[in-house]
Design a protein. Structure first.
Length: 132
């Protein structure tokens, strides 16, 4: 009797695994080739830690050319604690780099929303930032 139960369990498991395995394998989503602006964030200090931090944003166009003369605004929101947010304008540093000083009073996960505006360009992007 035990062998029959064990056999049935193994058969059910095999059928279940076969059903889960059928179909196409997941393929990664294609890169967004229509993206007008690329934004990367560096921090000083690096890695980012609680306290005063300088966020350095590198802003380039789709071809990798620096975007200069833009208005760049940054909002930082703590994703784990409602009401913990700050915002301000970044200062142009040249060659597509913009900097803003921020005081992160709490460690954890933050979401930066970066707005870039220049001559008809109105772009925003959300970037995850971890504060230690």
């Amino acid at each position: 009797m035990r062998r029959l139960i064990l056999f049935n369990v193994i058969m059910l498991l095999a059928v279940f695994l076969a059903a889960c395995g059928s179909g196409n394998a997941a393929t990664p989503a294609p890169q967004d080739s229509g993206k007008l602006v690329n934004i990367s964030v560096d921090t000083n200090p690096n890695p980012a830690a609680m306290g005063d931090i300088e966020l350095i944003l590198s802003v380039t166009d789709a071809s990798g050319n620096p975007i200069e003369g833009a208005t760049v605004d940054v909002t930082a929101i703590h994703t784990d604690m409602t009401g913990m947010d700050m915002s301000g304008a970044a200062t142009e540093q040249g060659e597509g780099k913009y900097a803003i000083n921020a005081k992160f009073s709490m460690s954890g996960n933050w979401k930066l929303k970066v707005y870039v505006r220049k001559e008809g360009l109105d772009y925003s992007e959300e970037i995850d930032l971890s504060i230690q």
